[in-house]
Design a protein around this ligand. Structure first.
Ligand code: ATP
Ligand code: FE2
Length: 326
């Protein structure tokens, strides 16, 4: 079985083709990068409408497959920006109708988690999903992914992006902050905001901007933001492991690209006698392969949809969707 998956929830348009054994047969991705400021939903959606047809062609030709060899079309139903979601959903519906294949809606957050889980080889790990809009500590239970803790305000990635843009940079902020942080060493004081199993970043955003305005060294500021924010995530992940009597952690989402976060979580997990795993970067960031793989899991349980019932769900949370494959 071969599934084609379409991702278009926010800044990234991506098409992935995946086998039933989770082999990535092809992945064609293009990220919308606003020349300045944050992401405007309509501009990003226009980018996706322009690029998705070519990305579908590229994914098919890279995988050496004809449309007749695709068994189903999966797409990200939510959560995300309405116009962006509709761009991907429209392409997916059109392909499913034209090729006469099942159409499978997929939750974007569950897809980040499932691609990371299958690549880890771990059956039931604790999951740290750290991305642009979401920051969640997740465990599976009673037919769904359960959010044990999460951000109370900004997603960690949105926090990094917003901070970097306010400091004069362009989207995305995570990678340039990581590059700056590698040259920093002094730990500047920033709000450390952990509330039980939850975290918050808006206080750190305000404090970091104030330090920047006072002329703090960029590398030290970036080092301090990363150290403080990732310590918060590591702490809530460790608390979840302790409560659930687990040892293994799997990271997913775009911020899981970050070497410091990977290292801190690994040190914590290994200190408890466990392991941690993060996928290759292209599969941490938004990608069509994770949608295809989760579509495959869903299709095994008959979760395809007629076009008329396939409306996008911009607010569909991780814990709102059933996972009968688990
Ligand atoms: P969500 O999954 O919550 O809907 P998203 O889909 O918008 O969010 P992803 O593609 O999963 O986001 O992740 C993008 C985020 O990852 C951006 O905020 C970006 O700054 C961040 N990011 C990418 N690389 C790194 C890195 N090396 N270090 C830290 N953050 C990073
Ligand atoms: Fe994402």
């Amino acid at each position: 079985m071969v599934i084609l998956g379409i991702e278009s929830t926010a800044h990234t348009a991506s098409v992935g083709i995946v086998s039933e054994r989770a082999e990535i047969l092809s992945l064609a991705t293009d990220m919308f990068r606003p020349p300045k400021g944050g992401i405007h939903p309509r501009e990003a959606a226009n980018h996706h409408v322009d690029l998705l047809p070519g990305l579908v062609e590229k994914a098919l030709s890279d995988a050496h497959l004809r449309p007749s060899e695709i068994d189903a079309v999966a797409f990200a139903q939510g959560p995300g920006l309405g116009p962006c979601l509709r761009a991907g959903a429209t392409v997916a519906r059109m392909l499913a109708l034209t090729w006469d294949k099942p159409l499978v809606p997929v939750n974007h957050c569950v897809a980040h988690v499932e691609i990371a889980r299958v690549l880890s080889g771990l059956d039931d790990p604790m999951l740290l999903y750290a991305s642009g809009g979401n920051t969640q500590v997740i465990a599976h239970g009673s037919g769904r992914y359960r959010v044990l803790g999460e951000t109370l305000d900004l997603g960690i990635g949105n926090f990094l992006d917003k901070l970097w843009i306010s400091m004069g940079g362009t989207f995305p902020g995570g990678p340039p902050i990581e590059a700056e942080a590698k040259r920093g060493s002094e730990l500047l004081s920033l709000p450390y905001s952990v509330h039980g199993m939850d975290v918050a970043f808006s206080g750190m955003y305000t404090a970091a901007l104030a330090l920047d305005a006072k002329g703090a060294s960029r590398p030290d500021l970036a080092f301090s933001v990363e150290s403080t924010a990732y310590a918060m995530l590591t702490e809530v992940t460790e608390r979840a492991l302790a409560h659930r009597r687990r040892t293994d952690v799997v990271l997913g989402g775009g911020v899981a690209c970050n070497e410091r976060l990977r290292g801190m979580v690994r040190a914590m997990a290994e200190g408890r006698g466990g392991t941690s795993f993060a996928p290759p970067k292209a599969l941490c960031l938004d990608n069509g392969a994770m949608i295809a793989w989760t579509g495959h899991l869903a299709l095994q349980h008959g979760m395809s949809m007629p076009v008329e019932r396939s409306a996008v769900q911009p607010r569909q949370r991780t814990d709102m969707v059933a996972t009968p494959w688990r």
